[in-house]
Design a protein around this ligand. Sequence first.
Ligand SMILES: Cc1cc2nc3c(=O)[nH]c(=O)nc-3n(C[C@H](O)[C@H](O)[C@H](O)COP(=O)(O)OP(=O)(O)OC[C@H]3O[C@@H](n4cnc5c(N)ncnc54)[C@H](O)[C@@H]3O)c2cc1C
Length: 325
Amino acid sequence: MTAEHFHADVAIVGYGPTGVAAANFLGSRGVKVVAFEREKDIYQRARAVTVNDWTLRCFQAVGLDQALLKDMDPHTQYRWKTYAGKELMRVAVEPSTLGQPAAMAIYQPVMEQTLRDGAARFADHVEVRYGKSVTGVVQDAEGATVALGDERVRVRYVLACDGGSSATREQLGIKLLGDTIDTRWVVIDAKIKRWWPERHILKFWSDNRRPVVDIALGLGNHRWEFPLEPHESEDQFATKELLWALLNSMGVTAEDVEIHQHAFYRHHVRAAERWRDGRVFLLGDAGHLMPPLGGPGYAIGYPRCLQPQLEAPSGDRRTSSRRGR
Ligand SMILES: Cc1cc2nc3c(=O)[nH]c(=O)nc-3n(C[C@H](O)[C@H](O)[C@H](O)COP(=O)(O)OP(=O)(O)OC[C@H]3O[C@@H](n4cnc5c(N)ncnc54)[C@H](O)[C@@H]3O)c2cc1C
C-alpha cells in the first residue's frame, strides 16, 4: 500500500496571535506547517495591552524574547484612584522568578509582526498563505482535509486558531459555554504627544458609575477603556469629537494625545466544552475567552500545552531529536 501524501503535518487556521505563536513553536521543532489567514495584513487594532513573564518565557524557548522586548515597556505598579484623586491602593509588580520581566506593556500589531518575522525563519517548512479563508475542515482516520472554497489541502492535524467566533469550532458542533456580560465598553487607543507624570502606571479609575482602565501601551501609545452606561448607545461615541468628551472627563486633552482608533466590546467569560476533536485542536480565543480585565486572553493562546498532545508526525519531520526538549 502506498503511503498517503500530506501537504503538511499541521494546518493552522487563522494567523492571529495564537496561530503565529503555534507556527513558531512547530516551526522551531521542524514540523511541516501550512497556515491560512483570511486577511492580507495584520489586524491593526491594538486589543491586547500586556503580557507577562510566562509569555516571554514561552517566546524565549523559540529565540524571540529579546526581539519582542525591544518594543515593550515594563509595568512597575498598579494603582486604584477615585475621580476625586484619592488613591485607594497601589501595588508594586513583584519581580519574576522566571528570568523575564514580570509584566510588560505591548503594542499588539507590532508584536504580531515580530512573531510573523520569527516564523519566517522557518520558511522552508512553514508556509503562510494570506488572503485565504478556510471554508471547512473534514477529518478521517488518516488525516484531515482543509477546504478553501474549491481547493482542498490534506494534512495530518488542524489547529483552529480562528478566534472567538471560530467557524471551525462551530462546524465541529462544539459549544462555547459561559457568559457574555451585557455591558458594552468603548476602547480608545491614542498616540502620545507629551508625557504626563506616572503615565506608565496602570490606573483603575474606581467609580461606581464609570470605572475606567487607563493604561500605557508600548511604543508611545495609550489606552482607555470606558464602560457604557445602560442608557448609552454606540452611536453616542461614534466619532472622535464624541470620544473626546470621555477623554476630557479624565483630564486628557488634544495636547496630550491623538486618538487613532476606537472599538466597542462586550466581555466574554467562556470556554469551549472540549478543546480537541480527533485531529482538530482549538487554541486561543477559539477555545477560551476571558474579559480583558483578567488580562491574559492573548497570553494563554500561546500553545505551550500543545507539544505533548500531538503525536509525532512520521513523514516530514525535520529535527526529530529536538522533540520533547
Ligand atoms: C479590549 C481588549 C483588550 C485585551 N487585552 C488583553 C491583554 O492585555 N492581554 C492579553 O493577553 N489579551 C488581551 N485581550 C485578548 C486578546 O486580544 C485575544 O485573546 C487574542 O487576540 C486572541 O488571539 P487569537 O489568535 O486566538 O484570535 P484572534 O486575534 O481573533 O485571531 C484569529 C485570526 O483568525 C483569522 N481567521 C478567522 N477565521 C478564519 C478563517 N475561516 N480562515 C482563515 N483565517 C481566519 C482572523 O482573521 C484572525 O487573524 C484583549 C482583548 C480585547 C478585546
